[in-house]
Design a protein around this ligand. Structure first.
Ligand code: FES
Length: 524
């Protein structure tokens, strides 16, 4: 592999909008807040791709559905995806085969391919103009990696039933030699918010009810299941699906089997057509992922594509160089794509990595049998979310589904025991923060628009000084299981290093498993 373009930064590296490009290019429909008790056949908590797909498929089966989200439609991690639609599993087929066996690898490949087919079919049936496109995916070698890795993966992909995968002598770029690659045909891409806006419309057309700014604070299974919202109303249902990225109704069982990672993305202008349309991933750990999106051409403007590049993942709450990660990603991209101009968008999102590479979709362990979860996107949230739509609809309707065992949240992946022990050790180590001092000796040292942990006696305080100099203090104790949160200077958030709960600078929770804000100091 050559890196002949590393020296050039001909175009200005201008400040970008700190926003995902999807949010900037599509507004989701507004929905009311729930202000009364309700009953439905199924209550879905979480209106991202998984929740809305489940709701859509159930309404197609004639079920009445209520969907609740504490923010906007698709305003959580779905808004910050890079929306690759892949049956090429990013944890490698040879790993999936080692852990889940040949049959498991086949089912995994089949289910992700079926998810792409289903998105394509729904977009066509509902006439959703969501920029869906079929294209090839390319897996190429990272720095200092051996071609033998591609050969192993080619063999495992064929064993998993992906007969069309082939090895090419080089990635189809004429501007950079990235070496040999595997080509995965019939992958896909789309604009996730345009797609979900179409799904939301179809759900409402078919009688489904969508409520936003509606916080589900308690979920109890049973007959009927009950979801308590906004401290005063209750939704009763025959079944509940918790599709909140990471389950807010599960304290331990799932969170010991998956780990939260932050991942970073940029979208930069390149001349239209200068990079062949496709999905591209390298084999580094963490890996880089690349695709294109073509914005609508404005009058008088040269047409251009946005090159979306992601990577630089790290365990949530466990890095101290977050502010450098977008820059490193841009350096990596400019070294390979010399035509990159303005970086228009930079953003970050959270992935949940299951220890055995596949999502958890099915009955919530240790819960009533009518409570279902979907979590563990594994960086493949668009397809895993769609698989959840197919699988959970079958489970709720009492139908057999060939993927049920593979994705069962209660599974015990013995061949991933090493990962389990590693993650458990890592998590236990995070509690030693209780023994440490604060980040700073006094609140006076915290600059404007910045945060730091203070030690005050035996307590830990999450202190944020706003742009005007006013100090806002909350307990630094994560309400999930008591870890001490850490300040993320890039995202201006409080991140929990144990299971990935995240809170905005004023302590409001926006990513579970915590389901409450950081407590006011007087509540301690
Ligand atoms: Fe579990 Fe914070 S997310 S302790």
């Amino acid at each position: 592999m050559t890196e002949s373009h590393t020296e050039a930064h001909a175009e200005p590296r201008r400040a970008a909008k700190k926003n995902s490009l999807w949010a900037a290019t599509k507004r989701m429909p507004r929905c009311p807040k729930l202000d009364e008790d309700r009953h439905a056949d199924v209550c879905v908590v979480g209106a991202g791709i998984a929740g809305l797909t489940v709701a859509y498929m159930l309404t197609q089966e004639g079920k009445s559905v209520v969907v609740l989200d504490d923010g906007r439609l698709a305003g959580g991690m779905t808004e910050v995806t890079t929306a690759h639609l892949a049956s090429a599993i990013d944890d490698r087929f040879f790993e999936i085969e080692r852990i889940h066996g040949e049959e498991g690898a086949r089912r995994a490949a089949e289910s992700h391919a079926a998810a792409i087919d289903r998105i394509e079919a729904i977009a066509a049936r509902e006439r959703i103009a969501c920029d869906f496109a079929r294209l090839d995916g390319h897996l190429f070698l990272g720095r200092d990696q051996s071609e033998e890795l591609l050969d192993r993966e080619l063999e495992a992909a064929h064993m998993a039933g992906l007969d069309g995968v082939e090895k090419l002598p080089r990635v189809p770029w004429d501007f950079f030699d990235a070496g040999p690659c595997l080509r995965f045909p019939r992958q896909g891409q789309f604009h996730p918010l345009k797609y979900l806006a179409g799904l939301a419309k179809a759900i409402e057309r078919d009688g489904g009810k969508l409520f936003t700014n509606t916080h589900a604070e308690r979920i109890d299974g049973g007959r009927p299941a009950r979801v308590r919202v906004n401290e005063k109303h209750t939704v009763t249902a025959d079944a509940v699906v918790v599709a909140t990225n990471t389950p807010i109704n599960d304290r331990y069982a799932i969170h010991t089997k998956q780990a939260a990672y932050l991942t970073y993305a940029i979208a930069a202008r390149v001349p239209r057509g200068s990079v062949p349309k496709g999905l591209y991933w390298d084999t580094e750990d963490p890996y880089h992922y690349v695709r294109l999106q073509s914005p609508r051409k404005k009058p008088g403007e040269e047409p251009y594509d946005l090159l979306i590049v992601g990577g630089e993942d790290h365990k949530t709450g466990q890095a101290d160089d977050q502010t450098e990660r977008h820059g490193r990603l841009e350096d990596w991209a400019r070294a390979r794509f010399p035509m990159i101009g303005l970086v228009e968008f930079v953003w970050a999102g959270q992935c949940l990595e299951p220890i055995d590479g596949l999502a958890f979709i099915g009955r919530n362990p240790l819960d009533d049998e009518n409570v279902f979860i979907v979590t563990g996107d594994s960086g493949m949230g668009m397809t895993h979310g769609t698989i959840a739509g197919i699988l959970l609809t079958d489970l709720i309707l009492g139908r057999e589904n060939p993927w049920a065992t593979l994705y069962d949240p209660s599974r015990k992946p013995l061949r991933a025991l090493g990962e389990y022990v590693k993650d458990a050790t890592n998590m236990a180590a995070q509690y030693t923060d209780w023994l440490m001092g604060g980040d700073v000796g006094s609140a006076d040292e915290i600059p404007h628009d910045s945060g730091a942990i203070l030690r005050r006696g035996l307590s830990k305080v999450a202190a944020y000084r706003d742009e005007n100099g006013t100090l806002h203090e909350r307990s630094a104790v994560c309400p999930h299981l008591g870890c001490v949160v850490r300040w993320n200077p890039a995202e201006k958030s409080w991140d929990c290093p144990c299971h990935g709960s995240r809170f905005d600078k004023l302590g409001k929770v926006f990513n579970g498993p915590a389901n409450r804000d950081l407590a006011p100091l007087e509540d301690e």
